[in-house]
Structure formats: structure tokens, C-alpha cells
Design a protein around this ligand. Structure first.
Ligand code: NAD
Ligand code: UDP
Ligand code: UDP
Length: 320
């Protein structure tokens, strides 16, 4: 029988959070969205504000929060390198203090708690594809460290709260995900390439473009979040969530040019420090425990994302 749950989504006005809030509301649950709007945007959730089962709280998770809920999805944290490197101390605080506060909340209320961890915990990986048992190759004092080490420490906290306080935890290591509601200027590769292609600007390949990533469409990922939350309490993760089909960044650029029928040319720029050379999830655990695997191929997902960014560009042209 259906049981309506009260669900907290931190970072709910961001890219992934806004899709998650929408999906949970469509399943008839009550959703409390908490966001400080650092990288999130009210436009992402504007259509939800009239829903009586939806509540928005402007709040920074590095401060304590007292609400009564059955489940918590902890997504609050800037995710793109330019955003998380803008104020690296605040990034680590968001991951670490944010995790402590949300775990404290879960401890007091008995709520199940999901953590949006990341493939970045593997750093520049030597083991390929990445399996959850791999400990990673992370620089503790580099440009990416505030994000990578913050997320690693959050994982430690999740597992120690489980050991000490018997919390019901679900730790997901999310791999590169894309789709509508991505921030157009967040510097991530999919948003950059599509925005550049649609405006016939040069496509900026960092390094030689031979580094690889594996891109998951957002709808597939959100389905996995909910399946994971619904697993038995013994299933804690960490579990990799992502699409195991791997592409070079150059292949991605060529696909975007083809799908947008753009006249953009490729240009080569310096590769940022510590940029991982390869990344692909091993999703055997997700298949086994969640009975999940992605269903949306890159081309299909890119078409929907291109449509979204085109409408953003058209809207801003109408305004100017
Ligand atoms: P996003 O930047 O669009 O969303 C993050 C949201 O968190 C934003 O709405 C932002 O305003 C909010 N936020 C940031 N700091 C906060 C704070 N201190 N208090 C309250 N809210 C705060 O990023 P996203 O892509 O939606 O990522 C969501 C989560 O998933 C992040 O934790 C990220 O690390 C993780 N993740 C995402 C990806 C991906 O490919 N998108 C990959 C791995 C992990
Ligand atoms: N906390 C919170 N909401 C709650 C319960 C706790 O934000 O509903 C915060 C609390 O302020 C504390 C943190 O979560 O800083 C960790 O809580 P815990 O109970 O583990 O630690 P303690 O309060 O004993 O330091
Ligand atoms: N990248 C690129 N051009 C861009 C933006 C990114 O070549 O305009 C590269 C980047 O160097 C990295 C890959 O694309 O190798 C993915 O970058 P993104 O910032 O999207 O994610 P992450 O590095 O965190 O996986």
C-alpha cells in the first residue's frame, strides 16, 4: 500500500536536485527543498512552488537544520570545477559540516539518509573501470581537493554514523551526469560544448581531447537514486551510479557538432591540473542491488539537452 513520505532534498534547486524533487512529487510524496542558491536557481523549481506538497527553505547546510522527515537526500554542494573552486573553503565546509548536520538530523529523526558522493573520490584513477573497492588516487592539496577530499570525508562520516549510531545510510558515487537544468555557464563539458555549438563558437577541448568520461542522462540517474533509497537497510553502498559507455572528450565534441548541425571548429586549450585521464564506472553492484542500469543512449540524451539549451538561448534573445 502507498505510504506518503516526507522527504528532505538538500541542494534541491540545483541540476540533479530539481529533477529529484519533481520525481518525488510525481510519486505523491511531500518534499522539503533546502538550498542556499549558490549554484541553484529558482527557475529550476518554479513550476513546483504552487504544489501544496512542496516547500522551499533558503538555508545553508553548514548550519543546523531542524525539520521532521522520513528520508533525506543530501545533494547540497557545488559540482562543477569552476563553482567548487570559487570558494574552496566553503566547498569543504558544505561537504563536511553539511554531512554532520544532515547526519545529526537523521540520527534524531530516524530518517534514512542518501549521500550524493562522486566518482571524484577515485581522483585520477589507476584502476579502470572504477570499482567501489578501489581507494582512489587523489591529490590532497590540489585544485580539486576541496571537492574530492570533502566528499571522501563525508563518506567517512556516513559510515561512522552507521557504526556508532546505526543510521540507515545510502552512499552513491555519481559519475558525470547531464541533461536539462544544467547551469549553462558552469564550465562542465556537456553544457560548454552545447552552448558553444549552438552559437557557432569554437569548441574548447582541454588538452588533446583524448581523456575519457562516461555520461549518464539525468532521468536514468534519478531513477537509480530512488531505487537505492528503497533498498533494504543492509544495502549501504558505496555504489557507483553512472553510464558505463565511455567516450573521449573529442568524440563528445564531434557528436555535439553533428547533432546541432553547427559550424563550430575545434580549438585546443591547456588541460587543467589534476584532470582525470579516464573515467568509467563498473556498475555491477548497482545492477545486483538496485536491478538498475541506464537506458538512455548519449545521442538521445544529448538531443533533449540541446533542446533545453536552445530554449534558454531563444528566451534570452527575446529579452534582449
Ligand atoms: P548543482 O550545483 O546544480 O546543485 C547543487 C545545489 O546545492 C545547488 O542548488 C546549490 O545552490 C546548492 N548548495 C550548494 N552549497 C550549499 C549549501 N552550503 N547549503 C545549501 N545548498 C547548497 O550540482 P548538481 O550537478 O545538481 O550536483 C548535485 C550533487 O550531486 C552534488 O552534491 C554533487 O557533488 C553530486 N554529483 C553530481 C554529479 C554530476 O555530474 N552532476 C556527479 C557527481 C556528484
Ligand atoms: N543537527 C541538526 N538537526 C537536527 C539534529 C542535529 O542540524 O535535527 C546538527 C547538530 O546541530 C549537530 C550535528 O547535527 O551539530 C550533529 O549532531 P549529533 O547529534 O551527531 O552531534 P552532537 O549534537 O552530539 O554534537
Ligand atoms: N573539458 C573540455 N572542455 C571544456 C570543459 C571541459 O575539454 O570546455 C574537459 C575537462 O578537462 C575534463 C572533461 O572535459 O577532462 C570533463 O570535464 P567536466 O568539468 O565536465 O567534469 P569532470 O572533469 O569533473 O569530470
Amino acid at each position: 500500500m502507498f505510504k506518503r513520505k516526507k522527504i528532505l532534498v538538500t541542494g534541491g534547486a540545483g541540476f540533479l536536485g530539481s529533477h529529484l524533487c519533481r520525481k518525488l512529487l510525481s510519486q505523491n510524496h511531500e518534499v522539503i527543498c533546502v538550498d542556499n542558491f549558490f549554484t541553484g536557481n529558482k527557475d529550476n523549481i518554479i513550476d513546483l512552488l504552487d504544489n501544496p506538497r512542496f516547500e522551499l527553505i533558503r538555508h545553508d547546510v553548514t548550519f543546523p537544520l531542524f525539520v521532521e522527515v522520513d528520508e533525506i537526500y543530501n545533494l547540497a554542494c557545488p559540482a562543477s570545477p569552476i563553482h567548487y573552486q570559487h570558494d574552496p573553503v566553503q566547498t569543504t565546509k558544505t561537504s563536511v559540516h553539511g554531512a554532520i548536520n544532515m547526519l545529526g538530523l537523521a540520527k534524531r529523526t530516524g530518517a534514512k539518509i542518501f549521500q550524493a558522493s562522486t566518482s571524484e573520490v577515485y581522483g585520477d584513477p589507476i584502476v579502470h573501470p572504477q570499482v567501489e573497492s578501489y581507494w582512489g588516487n587523489v591529490n590532497p592539496i590540489g585544485e580539486r581537493s576541496c571537492y574530492d577530499e570533502g566528499k571522501r570525508c563525508a563518506e567517512t562520516l556516513f559510515f561512522d554514523y552507521r557504526k556508532q549510531h546505526n543510521l540507515k545510510i545510502k552512499v552513491a558515487r555519481i559519475f558525470n551526469t547531464y541533461g536539462p537544468n544544467m547551469h549553462p555557464n558552469d564550465g562542465r563539458v556537456v553544457s560548454n560544448f552545447i552552448m558553444q555549438a549552438l552559437q557557432n563558437q569554437d569548441i574548447t577541448l582541454y588538452g588533446n581531447g583524448e581523456q575519457t568520461r562516461s555520461f549518464c542522462y539525468v532521468d536514468d540517474l534519478i531513477n537509480a537514486f530512488i531505487k537505492f533509497m528503497d533498498t533494504d537497510d543492509s544495502v549501504t553502498g558505496p555504489i557507483n551510479l553512472g553510464n558505463p559507455t565511455e567516450f573521449t572528450i573529442k568524440e563528445l565534441a564531434e557528436k555535439v557538432i553533428q547533432l546541432t548541425r553547427s559550424s563550430s571548429a575545434l580549438t585546443y586549450q591547456t588541460l587543467p591540473n589534476d584532470d582525470p585521464k579516464q573515467r568509467r564506472p563498473d556498475i555491477s553492484l548497482a545492477k545486483e542491488h538496485l536491478n538498475w542500469q541506464p537506458t538512455i543512449a548519449l545521442e538521445q540524451g544529448l538531443e533533449k539537452t540541446i533542446e533545453y539549451f536552445s530554449s534558454l538561448i531563444n528566451a534570452s534573445e527575446r529579452q534582449s
